[in-house]
Write a protein that binds this ligand. Structure first.
Ligand code: OXD
Length: 323
């Protein structure tokens, strides 16, 4: 065995990594993976090479046929923070661990997006924008951060980071989640029984929940009505969390004064959708926090090395989330 074949055998033992992502993102991800995981051959869908060699898969919205014959697949990584794009894939192998993307740059991007919109709504910048277009010089009343309650639905890694930043900025912060959380300065509400109370205080509501059958349309006519009059909504979780027509009605009636929406039931948001032209809605194209290939690949590489060394993977999806 020459040294060349020795290397090949070692690589085969470690297996190969399969990448599936939107075509325009492939070059940056492939470059980052080749730089950080140089020892691991990279396959880019639809080229799977010998499917038996695939041990790891890094995926965004995989097609069902991607998993055919991947008998040796050992870990599935999500390119994004959300994993609903994997769980909704009918062929996702039930026995293979799924790992969420959790890394500081992705978290920081989400904190920036939410804080930007909280301040914009709190300091009424969206109203000053309108006034400027009408050359209208009018000072609006100013509320201090400590007099404003920001309610965060979903206190996972992203929700917790947002909550922590908001508390540092002196906002009153509440959070709603499946289990009780003990976060400094954050009032925790739990489950169905405490949902209405949580909503009734949330002057700015931040949606960062995962999408599943329990959270679909959780913000609807009934729950929107529980928010204080004039509340603002920020959705950076998933479009399906909100019943879009109910939100439009609440905006038209003025019960909800403004919304910043980054995610939608149908993406890209159809050209004719009323959100595009609603005066009190800000639309961004699912861009609140884009996964940065260079830093994200560090997280993937660390987890692959942990896996190869028999250590526990970080940020695997718990079985109850995989129902
Ligand atoms: C997501 C992401 O999961 O963009 O939506 O990270």
């Amino acid at each position: 065995m020459n040294s060349q074949s020795g290397i090949v055998e070692h690589m085969n033992e470690a297996g190969e990594l399969l990448l599936h992502i939107d075509p325009e993102r492939v070059p940056a991800w492939a470059a980052a993976l080749r730089a950080t995981l140089a020892e691991m051959p990279l396959r880019i869908w639809p080229d799977r090479g010998d499917p038996d060699q695939i041990r790891y898969a890094l995926l965004w919205k995989p097609p069902p046929e991607l998993f055919d014959g991947l008998h040796n697949l050992q870990v599935i990584f999500s390119v994004g923070a959300g994993i609903d794009h994997l769980l909704s894939c009918t062929t996702l192998p039930a026995h293979v661990p799924v790992v969420r993307m959790v890394e500081p740059v992705l978290t920081a991007g989400m904190v920036e997006y939410v804080i930007y919109n909280v301040i914009r709504f709190h300091r009424r910048m969206h109203e000053y924008d309108v006034q400027q277009r009408q050359a209208q010089w009018q000072v609006l009343p100013q509320v201090t951060a400590g007099d404003l309650t920001i309610g965060i639905m979903g206190l996972g890694v992203l929700g917790e980071a947002v909550a922590s930043m908001l508390t540092k900025m002196n906002y009153r912060v509440t959070g709603w989640s499946r289990s009780r959380k003990s976060l400094p300065g954050v009032r925790s509400y739990v489950g169905e029984p405490e949902l209405l109370k949580f909503l009734s205080d949330a002057q700015i509501l931040v949606m960062l929940l995962p999408m599943d059958e329990t959270t679909q349309h959780i913000l609807n006519k009934g729950t929107l009505a529980q928010l204080p009059s004039g509340a603002c909504v920020i959705n950076a979780g998933r479009g399906g969390l909100i019943h879009e027509n109910d939100l439009l009605n609440a905006l038209d009636k003025g019960h909800i004064s403004c919304a910043a929406l980054d995610v939608f039931e149908t993406e890209p948001l159809p050209e004719a959708h009323l959100f595009w032209r609603h005066p009190n809605v800000t639309v961004t194209p699912h861009a609140a926090s884009l996964t940065n290939p260079v830093t994200a690949v560090q997280f993937v590489a660390e987890n692959i090395r942990r896996h190869q060394n028999g250590k526990r993977l970080k940020h695997t999806v718990v079985p109850t989330d995989r129902r």
